[in-house]
Ligand binder design. Structure first.
Ligand code: ADP
Ligand code: MG
Length: 570
């Protein structure tokens, strides 16, 4: 009869949800709308956590950082054309940063799109996504959903992780097929990111180069943090005795207060080291491409590089000892090779790094204790630094210009994967998406330290934070504008300067509008009290920290990247 027939059928909606669950994917970040509204509802009904955002870019950023934190692909679900394009920014950013995520977007009817007949939200999404991600797939038949998702998962997490696009035309969701055949079509991905073991000769070469060093340095990148090989990395650093420099998101992989940490002696170690071992860090712009003034005398360096991506080797300078494989396996192989009889690095090098570090820390200390109004960056960050020290398992999200550069230097991190920031692109707008996913994936309190401009890119998601009652405390470093809030319009006309916002804005009122806690803080003491209260209560909180509008510098630490006009009229 009819009831029996209905029980024996399944459809695209159910197959996708079953495939996600079969692969242990428990959370979807997205924005509902045609054609995926029911998919979200049904996924929630099936026990998947579906977090609805206000804009797809932030759902996408959330998925990306969920992938970074868990080594499983974060899922972002969007509608077609404009929603897809909004999510695509996050997908491209994830790919650039080597974060595994899958952007799943509904799309219009192939027949109409391909004939360009003008469908609702018509767009050839697959073609547009392809150059911006690691892999892109489209599923046209319900029976292929299992394979489609399996390919997407493997592409996202195996080798160098990255973003994957999965195109699901609206028609697919309601396609029906026999339920039993449907179940059989699903694929549980076995060993999605297989270990990649380095060649013994490459391990020996790397150890020989490291052993020959007079002034060795290890640079830890976010690839090393991602790998979750924390104990092995720590053992390698400690057994070798080599000073280490963490890249921004690798801070805390070993504590910034570790005696071998050279974070506070960055310029010195980059300039003076003779052998540099990169572990999951790229010689891109963030490391001045491995050459130039930052790196001292030309030709004075030998690089060892551990990376899962063979094409990364020699990308900017010659790598004398490439070690291709996953970081866990590579670091373990080095440890096995070291085995006991490893010479400590020369004492004069260790001593030089240590004294530079102590000198810089001492220089900074008094600036962090200034309890004035209006606050400057150092005074405010000094307060936050103490809070993170007392709450080392909190997750710090950080974006802005001065707010980013100064927080990176001032706030010590103590545990792996606790610092999430603007990453490889130095992109603005990751703040609320990262904060939301960090809270959801880890259950830990989140402290988001945001420039007032940076916050604006994702600010509406404070409603999302309040709606899900997440333990997120946002601190806005409000200096009335971009870089500084003191520019004036050179014409004297009525428009304010291009980098200036409404003076003395009260971002804290936004939070109150959605039932969260809003605080206006004018001194480091007030700031400190408010953050501690937020972290204790776990209530969504936004603190508007009034910073001296003249305190910042143009573009923070990367002002040199601004092109200069040679004929500019003053
Ligand atoms: P940072 O900005 O901290 O320097 P990057 O994103 O530039 O870090 O570099 C991360 C590197 O780590 C990339 O080259 C990527 O291929 C590599 N990587 C990511 N995950 C792994 C892994 N599990 N094993 C080995 N290398 C990895
Ligand atoms: Mg600002």
């Amino acid at each position: 009869d009819q009831a029996d027939t209905a029980q024996e059928l399944t459809d695209g909606f159910h197959l996708l949800i079953d495939a996600l669950k079969l692969n242990d994917i428990r959370t979807i970040y997205g924005v509902p709308g045609i054609p995926i509204t029911d998919l979200g509802r049904m996924a929630q009904a099936a026990g998947i956590r579906v977090i609805s955002f206000r804009h797809e870019q932030h759902a996408g950023n959330a998925a990306a950082i969920a992938g970074y934190l868990t080594k499983k692909p974060g899922i972002c679900l969007t509608v077609s054309a404009p929603g897809f394009l909004n999510g695509l920014t996050a997908l491209a950013n994830a790919t650039t940063n080597c974060f595994p995520m899958i952007l799943i977007s509904g799309s219009s009817e192939r027949e109409i799109v391909d004939l360009q007949q003008g469908d609702y939200e018509e767009m050839d999404q697959l073609a547009i996504a392809k150059p911006l991600c690691k892999a892109a797939f489209r599923v046209l038949h319900a029976a292929d959903i299992g394979i489609g998702l399996a390919r997407a998962i493997r592409a996202a997490v195996s080798g160098r992780p990255g973003g994957v696009y999965l195109d699901l035309p609206a028609k697919l969701f309601s396609q029906v097929m026999n339920a039993e055949a449907g179940q059989k079509s699903l694929v549980k991905v076995i060993d999605a990111a297989p270990a990649q073991i380095p060649a013994p000769a490459a391990v020996k070469r790397a150890l020989d180069v490291l052993k020959s060093a007079k002034r060795p340095l290890i640079i830890l990148g976010k690839g090393a943090a991602y790998a979750q090989a924390d104990d092995a990395v720590r053992a390698l650093v400690e057994k070798s005795g080599v000073p280490f420099l963490p890249m921004s998101m690798a801070k805390g992989l070993l504590p910034d207060t570790h005696p071998q940490c050279a974070g506070a002696a960055r310029s010195t170690v980059l300039k003076d080291a003779d052998v540099v071992m990169l572990i999951g860090a790229r010689l891109n712009w963030l490391l001045s491409h491995g050459k130039g003034k930052t790196w001292g005398e030309p030709g004075s360096k030998k690089f060892i590089q551990i990376d899962i991506e063979p094409k990364e080797m020699d990308s900017n300078v010659e790598i004398v000892a490439p070690l291709v494989g996953d970081i866990g396996s590579c670091v373990q192989a080095l440890l096995d090779g070291i085995d006991g009889q490893w010479p400590a690095p020369p004492a004069d090098w260790i001593g030089a790094v240590q004294s530079k570090r102590e000198e810089n820390i001492a220089k900074m200390a008094p600036r962090l204790m200034k309890n004035s109004a209006p606050m400057d960056f150092h005074g405010a960050l000094g307060a936050l630094r103490t809070i993170v020290k007392e709450r080392p398992d909190a997750i710090l999200v950080n974006e802005g210009a001065n707010t980013l550069d100064l927080a990176r230097g001032i706030i010590d991190m103590y545990q792996p994967r606790k610092r999430l920031d603007v990453g490889t692109w130095g992109v603005m707008g990751i703040g609320m998406g990262f904060a939301i996913a960090a809270a959801i994936e880890t259950g830990k309190p989140v402290l988001a330290v945001e420039g007032d401009s940076a916050f604006g890119f994702s600010g509406m998601e404070v409603e999302t934070i309040c709606r899900y009652n997440l333990p997120v405390c946002i601190v806005i470093f409000n200096n009335n504008g971009i870089y500084r809030g003191t520019d004036v319009n050179p014409t004297g006309g009525p428009d304010v300067a291009t980098t200036v916002f409404v003076k003395d804005s009260r971002y804290d009122k936004m939070m109150e509008a959605f039932g969260g806690v809003g605080v206006h803080a004018t001194t480091p003491d007030e700031l400190s009290r408010a953050v501690n209260a937020a972290m204790d209560s776990g209530r969504p909180t936004l603190i508007n920290a009034a910073i001296d509008p003249g305190a910042g510098t143009e573009s923070g630490r990367i002002g040199n990247l601004n092109p200069q006009s040679v004929v500019r009229k003053k």
